[in-house]
Write a protein that binds this ligand. Structure first.
Ligand SMILES: [Zn+2]
Length: 364
């Protein structure tokens, strides 16, 4: 194993013995197991030390990136007995990196390179796929990590990593029945969340409590990146030892399977680059066109009047090969549907996302 780059991480994990490091504890060694059986990282919550508490209390301190904090300290309780208003004022545009529960403020994520690059790349690919395949009036508005109000009276809000709304849903003349902001706009239909330090359980709670609560969003796409295990690589392929998963939550699909469902679990889980702690590569995606994230038109345009736009958008840095051979002699001509898609929608090549994440992680 390549341990040359491990020094910085090992220095910082001096309080963890080798055996209790949760990197290893959480790794599923059975590489033949199905993707769904990879356990989420189970982690202790840390309390802020004096320096971290000071950072929170300083009125002039800037964004999270200015807090000199190691990701391994996360989740980190930074303050207690804080009112939501105090919290909202303090976090400013960084709401999405914090959890707020009953006065307790916890930092759950940092704007790290891999987190931010996964977030912007996924958003870029989605935006590109939709807008290149629709008329301008049928495109989507990128709302980024806009504050979305779960209670307009108490002014409680949450922020996703990214969200999108079809332009068709935006009507400056008529306020939405279930608005997400003071302006009377409806909720976005598509939400993206990237979780590196943030646990999968925390994202799932947020999805169920906030994004997929009644009359809100339709699909939530989660990119869950596990810890980079001791900054090691597979010796041969040089790929980092890390779990990389894309999970799709869809309100309609869940309710179609079970009309009485009261909570939402992922309807799809796609590994797109996991390398296990023993260096074994499993379900790997080592080239374009191997792993796809698909989002249906019916989900993007949820709540829009019929007929909704219908397109088959395939987004990949490598164009799909055109079908070869003579046309099928028997039967009526079939519409050509690109293979990653079963119906109208967008397919995003997860290889492109993986490559951006690897680049952001750097050579060491
Ligand atoms: Zn959906």
């Amino acid at each position: 194993m390549d341990l040359t780059a491990a020094t910085s991480q090992l220095k910082l994990s001096s309080s963890l013995s080798q055996s209790s490091s949760y990197d290893l504890a959480s790794v599923n060694m059975d590489t033949n197991s199905v993707a769904g059986s990879i356990s989420d990282t189970d982690t202790d919550i840390n309390e802020a030390n004096e320096q971290e508490r000071d950072w929170w209390l300083r009125k002039d301190s800037l964004g999270l990136s200015f807090l000199d904090i190691n990701e391994r300290r996360l989740p980190l309780i930074i303050a207690r007995d804080t009112s939501f208003n105090q919290f909202a004022k303090r976090v400013n545009n960084d709401r999405r990196f914090f959890d707020y529960q009953h006065g307790t403020v916890t930092i759950i994520e940092l704007p790290s390179g891999d987190h931010e690059s996964a977030n912007s790349k996924l958003g870029y690919l989605f935006n590109k796929g939709v807008d290149n395949n629709t008329t301008p009036q049928d495109g989507v508005e990128a709302w980024g990590s806009k504050s979305l109000y779960t209670n307009l009276v108490t002014r409680r809000f949450d922020e996703p990593d990214k969200c999108y709304i079809p332009r068709r849903l935006l009507n400056p003349q008529i306020a939405a029945q279930h608005p997400c902001d003071q302006g009377g706009n409806p909720w976005p239909t598509i939400v993206f969340e990237v979780a590196c330090s943030e646990t999968l359980q925390h994202v799932k709670n947020k999805i169920n409590d906030v994004w997929l609560a009644p009359n809100r969003c339709e699909d939530v796409i989660v990119i869950k990146l596990g810890r980079w295990m001791r900054r090691r690589h597979n010796t041969t392929t040089r790929r980092p030892l890390r779990h990389m998963r894309c999970l799709k939550f869809c309100r309609t699909a869940t309710l179609q399977q079970n009309p009485n469902a009261t909570s939402f679990d992922a309807i799809e889980e796609i590994e797109f680059g996991s390398v296990f702690s023993n260096g074994m590569e499993s379900f790997f995606c080592d080239g374009p066109h191997m792993k796809w994230l698909t989002i249906d038109c019916s989900c993007i345009y949820a709540g829009c009047q019929q007929p909704i736009p219908s397109f088959h958008a395939v987004v990949s840095s490598q164009p799909l090969p055109q079908p070869q051979g003579p046309p099928q002699p028997q039967g009526p001509p079939q519409p050509q549907v690109p293979y990653p898609l079963q119906g109208p929608g967008i397919a995003i090549d997860l290889y492109d996302l993986q490559q951006s994440i690897f680049l952001a992680m750097g050579p060491n």
